[in-house]
Design a protein around this ligand. Structure first.
Ligand SMILES: [Zn+2]
Ligand SMILES: [Zn+2]
Length: 351
């Protein structure tokens, strides 16, 4: 099999060849049909997160080992299965839930494998879909996509579940008050589409890039605001009639989190999803006096992916712009994403 691997942090991915794995036990081997290129791949590729003050959180310290085949938004066709892999047959097209845990601890048994303390996420801690084949340890991670085109289904595994998980954290207020979404890249447009499918009241989208703001308007945002404007917080407060009840920050930079905190109403919530990096200082009395909360949201659980697919079946696939590229163009795709040139999602199509 062939794959494009990170062999050295930040250096172009290298074409690697190794024997195609033979599934044993409950394992399932897929031929990769679609593999989304996600923003978090840029951090994995670079090898660190910026944690502010010039400090870095190294992925190597979190157990990420090189060479690594990235790619955690995958749809594949079943080509082989171990003797104990039930419920799949050759030729099935499946979306892969990539957020694997140990499967045994209390957290995993509760259904929150994405929060397991020994993660085995596909494309992060084990080989992902920037390859022609992908080995999945158990059929429970595979979801039927019905007649959803693979390149539209693939982003649901990260971009979809991540924004769905964040929107769920807003709670019932989602149907009553507009939500503010910071960032109108692939995640932002997915968040907008799912917000509508979930019966959201309306979304105000913030981005510093006028092209992305335009894309958000076209995708149904009730208003867009330039996050780089000096009075951005004031504009958000006006657009939300006195302050936002919930801000979903898909960027996660010092500036965007600060903007979110400056824009919420008493009792409001800031949900941080993005991994851009940085740090902020928050006066501790603000928490009780403004009755505010700051919550992190990391991808989503297996049951949430099932819920999301059910939502998509009822309300339609999020109509975000999708660009496809051959697997061999993976480096170009990552560079375009890094340069901010991508509207919507790029999906590699190894098949
Ligand atoms: Zn991702
Ligand atoms: Zn576990």
């Amino acid at each position: 099999m062939q794959s494009y691997d990170v062999c050295e942090c930040g250096a172009p991915l290298r074409l690697m060849e190794r024997p195609t794995p033979k599934p044993t036990g409950t394992e399932v081997l897929l031929k990769v049909v679609a593999a989304g290129v996600c923003h978090s791949d840029l951090h994995i590729w670079e090898g660190f997160y910026d944690i502010g003050g010039g400090k870095r959180l190294k992925l190597a310290d979190r157990g990420v080992k090189l060479p690594l085949t990235m790619g955690h938004e995958n749809v594949g066709e079943v080509v082989a299965a171990g003797p104990d892999a039930t419920g799949v047959k050759i030729g099935d097209r499946r979306l892969v839930h990539p957020w694997l845990g140990c499967g045994k601890c209390a957290v995993c048994r509760r259904g929150d494998e994405q929060l397991c303390r020994t993660p085995f996420s596909i494309g992060v801690f084990r080989a992902g879909g920037y390859a022609d084949h992908l080995l999945v340890p158990h059929p429970r991670y595979l979801f039927d996509i019905g007649n959803i085109p693979p390149e539209r289904a693939a982003p649901l595994a990260c971009s979809g579940i991540t924004t769905y998980g964040a929107l769920k954290k807003v709670g019932p207020i989602l149907q009553e008050e507009p939500v503010v979404i910071i960032g109108a890249g692939g995640l932002g447009l997915m968040c907008l589409a799912l917000h509508r499918a979930m019966g959201g009241k309306g979304a105000i989208v913030v981005d510093i890039d006028p092209v992305k703001r335009e894309a958000a308007l076209k995708a149904g945002a009730q208003a867009v605001i330039d996050g780089g404007a000096g009075d951005a917080a004031k504009q958000i407060i006006e657009a939300t009639n006195g302050g936002a009840w919930a801000v979903i920050d898909l960027v996660g930079a010092s500036r965007t989190v600060q903007l979110a905190l400056d824009s919420i109403v008493k009792g409001g919530k800031v949900i941080i999803v993005g991994l851009f990096g940085g740090d902020i200082t928050v006066p501790t009395p603000s928490f009780p006096l403004r009755a505010m909360s700051i919550q992190g949201s990391y991808v989503g659980s297996l049951p949430e992916l099932a819920e999301l697919l059910d939502l998509v079946r009822r309300k339609g696939v999020p109509d975000l712009p999708i660009g496809t590229r051959p697997l061999a163009a993976v480096n170009e795709a990552l560079n375009d994403l890094k340069a901010g040139k991508v509207i919507g999602r790029l999906v590699l199509t190894p098949g």
